[in-house]
Design a protein around this ligand. Structure first.
Ligand SMILES: Cc1cc2nc3c(=O)[nH]c(=O)nc-3n(C[C@H](O)[C@H](O)[C@H](O)COP(=O)(O)O)c2cc1C
Length: 150
């Protein structure tokens, strides 16, 4: 499985790493931050993908939007179908709540052909910044469950 995330100030990144830790006993996990160089074929080859984005101005991040556009172009150009591969979403927010990010991210990845799980994980930034030792278990559990479902 692959975990793809964006993170500007490190909160969503902490989540991604803990999710990977929780999943790693049950699946082979690749973790990629948007902005690193990696071939998009890993998305087509993975048995499942988890996408993570912070909330920026009541939406998913621009990096995540751009990335998903590239995936769309790649899929269309290479005629690689995603064929209902399992996917899920996670992310962090600061004040408004993450529902809008959750909704937009789900909608975009469903449009790419993924089958999106109802089991998603969102966390408020203060729980990540100041109290992650106590809250990282939620991320590990989320990763474990997704990996076990593959
Ligand atoms: C420019 C900017 C815009 C933000 N917009 C929102 C927002 O609309 N709603 C919200 O709940 N949090 C918002 N936040 C808070 C971030 O979503 C939150 O701190 C998140 O954990 C950042 O993730 P990251 O550290 O992975 O980049 C914003 C933060 C910044 C810096």
């Amino acid at each position: 499985m692959v975990i793809i995330y964006d993170s500007k100030t490190g909160n969503t990144e902490k989540m991604a790493k803990a999710i990977a830790e929780g999943a790693s006993n049950h699946a082979e996990v690749e973790v990629k931050k948007i902005g690193e160089a990696f071939p998009l074929i890993i998305m087509a080859d993975a048995d499942g993908v988890i996408f993570g984005s912070p909330v920026y101005y009541a939406d998913i991040s621009n990096n995540m939007k751009d990335f998903l556009s590239h995936v769309e172009t790649y899929i269309n150009a290479n005629k690689r179908k995603i064929n209902n591969k399992p996917a899920s979403v996670f992310g962090s927010y600061g004040y408004d709540g993450a529902w809008i990010m959750e909704e937009r991210l789900k909608e975009r990845i469903m449009g790419l052909g993924y089958k999106v799980s109802d089991n998603v994980l969102v966390m408020i930034d203060s729980d990540i910044k100041y109290n992650f030792d106590a809250n990282s278990a939620k991320c590990k559990e989320f990763g474990r469950k997704f990996a076990e479902s593959l």
